[in-house]
Design a protein around this ligand. Structure first.
Ligand code: GDP
Length: 424
């Protein structure tokens, strides 16, 4: 019986979806335990190219049961659109292979409105939200002002609950932001359309997982974003509004007493960061453009150009430690093949002194990277499948990272396709 979490070590977009897609072969169940449709996993396999936002990546493997846990931000409208899109490419989605926790809170249309209104109010000081409603959603959840998916089965109570929330939310929409209020009818009709569509999938996923655990099933926990975006431990306030750490997996999945047996941290061979906030090893100008093009670094959800930079060993070590990673997957090593010399950020300079320690968020703005240059390998490595066949310089790059972050790199990805992987 395996309980493994696959998590991001950096700012997100490390290629977790690609790793989950690869590893689901050994698992019976894949659970998404936090976040919403605000990020995207891109998975390429024999059925085509998929941009998954909320659906667990195991949906692409026949026989795998996928769960959206209580910790996710469940937007029925966007989930339904995603389900239709994936189905249109020939993937079956049924209540047998997708189960939604009855304790997951619903992300309602006003959460998306409030996200956009707040970014507009912030102007130049904006956080770079994807405007999917995630921050207003999680604030409401903590205020105990959301609807649980399971309430869809109790229409009378649901209407009364919704009317209470509406009265309160319309005050914020109209008085704080001068925006339009919602009516109960609008919301009920939205729920009839999208809530009813997902109802066949909603069940007590905690009970299902408990039984699965007792039966010795292998469970994979899939996170969104990365350690540096964790609400409690990341680069606050440029974090997301949920916990991206492996430690949260049992809680957000629905099995709070579960112990993880393995944590696979996904690290990209260079750095990327979407949105605002400090990014110490950031590149600029032509150097950045070249890397962005080579790595096709554009957001899966928004199409936004990602900020790019040198691999940051300070942030990566911090990510490995906070995630409690037991092994690592290094992705996109092939992208660096064009570089003659590869920059790596090995330490930060903060307040005139060099440090290995990832600093408190307020210190990050003034931190400068200390760069070491590694030899490039000068050839295409995307067809290589064995560690021994990698050029010496590429192996030296991998072992440099491993030693610096004190965690073994067990997988090296050299292309987006399922088979473009080197196992060590
Ligand atoms: P995630 O959210 O962590 O799953 O990351 P994204 O899906 O946003 O970003 C990863 C992107 O890189 C996707 O477009 C993948 O298809 C692609 N990708 C993943 N691994 C590799 C790799 O080893 N090499 C190359 N060239 N592309 C990769």
């Amino acid at each position: 019986m395996k309980n493994c979490a696959i998590v991001g070590i950096n700012w997100g977009d490390e290629g977790k979806g690609r790793m989950v897609d690869l590893l689901t072969e050994d698992y019976d169940i894949v659970v998404r335990y936090q976040g919403g449709g605000n990020a995207g996993h891109t998975v390429v396999n024999d059925k085509g190219k998929f941009a998954l936002h909320l659906l667990p990546s195991g949906i692409l493997r026949p026989g795998v049961v996928n769960i959206l846990g209580n910790g996710v931000a469940l937007d029925p409208e966007n989930l339904w659109a995603e389900m239709e899109d994936v189905r249109s490419k020939g993937v079956a989605i049924t209540p047998e292979n997708l189960k939604i926790s009855d304790r997951a809170s619903l992300l309602l249309p006003w959460h998306r409105d409030l996200d956009a209104l707040e970014e507009q109010r912030l102007g130049d000081k904006k956080y770079g939200s994807t405007k999917q409603g995630i921050a207003p959603f999680y604030s409401d959840k903590y205020q105990k002002k959301t609807i649980l998916a399971g309430e869809l089965f109790y229409p009378d109570e649901l209407r009364a609950h919704l009317e209470d929330l509406l009265e309160w939310k319309d005050l914020t929409l109209t008085r704080v932001y001068g925006s339009k209020p919602y009516t109960a009818e609008e919301l009920l009709s939205w729920l009839r359309q999208y809530g009813e569509a997902i109802m066949p999938f909603v069940c007590d996923t905690g009970a299902y997982l408990k039984e699965a655990q007792a039966a010795g099933k292998n469970i994979l926990f899939e996170a969104q974003l990365g350690a540096l975006r964790d609400l409690d431990y990341g680069i606050y306030p440029y974090t997301t509004s949920s916990n991206t750490l492996a430690a949260y997996a049992p809680i957000g999945a629905g099995l709070p007493s579960l112990k993880l047996t393995e944590v696979i941290g996904v690290v990209k061979a260079y750095s990327t960061c979407v949105g605002e906030g400090p990014f110490v090893s950031e590149m600029s100008g032509a150097e950045a453009d070249r890397l962005r093009e080579a790595g096709a670094e554009y957001g899966a959800k928004t199409g936004r150009a990602r900020r790019v930079g040198a691999l940051d060993l300070v942030a990566t070590r911090f990510g490995v430690e906070t995630q409690g990673a037991t092994k690592l997957a290094l992705t996109k090593l092939d992208v660096l093949s064009y570089m003659e010399k590869i920059p790596v950020c090995v330490r930060y300079r903060v307040g005139g002194a060099e440090t290995d320690r990832f600093p408190f968020p307020a210190e990050l703005n003034s931190a400068e990277p200390v760069i070491e240059y590694r030899d490039g390998w000068g050839c295409d490595i995307s067809g290589i499948r064995r560690w021994e066949d990698l050029p010496d310089a590429a192996r030296a790059y991998v072992t440099r990272i491993e030693e610096a972050v004190n965690c073994p790199i067990a997988y090296i990805s050299v292309g987006p396709e399922r088979e473009s992987i080197i196992l060590r």
